[in-house]
Design a protein around this ligand. Structure first.
Ligand SMILES: NC(=O)c1ccc[n+]([C@@H]2O[C@H](COP(=O)([O-])OP(=O)(O)OC[C@H]3O[C@@H](n4cnc5c(N)ncnc54)[C@H](OP(=O)(O)O)[C@@H]3O)[C@@H](O)[C@H]2O)c1
Length: 282
């Protein structure tokens, strides 16, 4: 079994699995993690301006020797960059940091600030060929307003998702737009309670895999895009080794029992407004 792809609502095919680089320091750490992943066959990196490591991602892509169109790069705009006329300038800066002439998937990182103005510029960037696909992250309360104004409907919505919080309601809300779900905190941010759940341990024994691999395979079976973060070469290897087995409908029903509505991070819209007071460095 080889790695799987998701077809987005604009017809583009995205590698379903990738590497997330949240909290990975820029420079050597980001470059090494990405290069390690590329050597194993990873072809999708999830970064953001707020992570301050787009330069490292761009450098790794360059050093990998892979052709640009063999790698999928997702990055995210911070609210300080939202606004018609302002966002397009922020995109040009992103392209420079990433050393590329296009971004595969560009997301609005948070649902605060002038996200409607930003979306207009993102649509212009698609027309100009600077961005292939556009989407959103952490949108909930303001989702319908954005959808109302959007000419291009979001290709992806990136939110917290794992067996404790499988996001089935949100998926139903997005179904008519063909928007795929991308899971952040896919391993519960490394939570040992989740990784030690007896049902996951039992399935790990059944398939000769680890609980982390069972969780990652669950995301694949759910049809989500998933990009666990790791800088540990053993974990980077282990996480990608999930394409030689599949979970049955019965296994999925067992894992579904873990759904307890638990989120690790759930800021209210009011709390998210504090994001407006921070600006990532260029
Ligand atoms: N849009 C958003 O607002 C948002 C928010 C959060 C995250 N994200 C994206 O989602 C990605 C993933 O989320 P995340 O990094 O926060 O959490 P995560 O992938 O659920 O968990 C990462 C943690 O799990 C550990 N880990 C990785 N593989 C493991 C394995 N096989 N066994 C045991 N532990 C393992 C990692 O440690 P080691 O490094 O030591 O392996 C790290 O501590 C991020 O990197 C980012 O790209 C987006």
């Amino acid at each position: 079994m080889t790695q799987t792809y998701l077809t987005l609502n604009n017809g583009l095919k995205m590698p379903q699995f990738g590497l997330g680089v949240y909290l990975v320091p820029d420079g050597k750490d980001t470059i090494e993690a990405c290069l390690n992943a590329f050597k194993l066959g990873y072809r999708h990196i999830d970064t953001a301006h707020a992570y301050q490591n787009e330069r490292g991602v761009g450098e790794a892509v360059k050093q990998s020797g892979l052709k640009r169109d063999e790698i999928w790069i997702t990055t995210k705009l911070w609210p300080s960059e939202y606004g018609e006329g302002k966002t397009i300038e922020a995109i040009d800066k992103m392209l420079k940091r990433l050393q590329t002439d296009y971004i595969d998937l560009l997301l609005l990182h948070q649902q605060v600030g002038d996200y409607i103005g930003a979306w207009k510029d993102m649509e212009k960037a698609v027309k100009a060929g600077k961005v292939k696909s556009i989407g959103i992250s952490n949108f909930s309360e303001n989702l319908e307003e954005l959808l109302f104004h959007a000419t291009i409907k979001p290709a992806a919505i990136q939110v917290e998702c794992h067996p404790y919080f499988p996001q089935h309601e949100l998926k139903k809300r997005m179904a008519e737009f063909g928007t795929i779900l991308e899971s952040w905190y896919p391993l519960g941010h490394g939570d040992t309670k989740l990784l030690n759940e007896p049902v996951l341990k039992a399935l790990a024994t059944k398939y000769n895999k680890t609980p982390a691999q069972i969780i990652l395979r669950w995301h694949i079976e759910e049809g989500n895009s998933v990009f666990p973060k790791s800088t540990n070469p053993a974990h980077i290897k282990e996480n990608f080794d999930i394409f030689d087995f599949a979970l049955t409908a019965e296994d999925m029903q067992e894992i579904a029992k873990l759904d307890n509505g638990q989120r690790y991070y759930n800021a209210t819209l009011e709390e998210q407004k504090r994001f407006l007071g921070w600006k990532p460095a260029d």
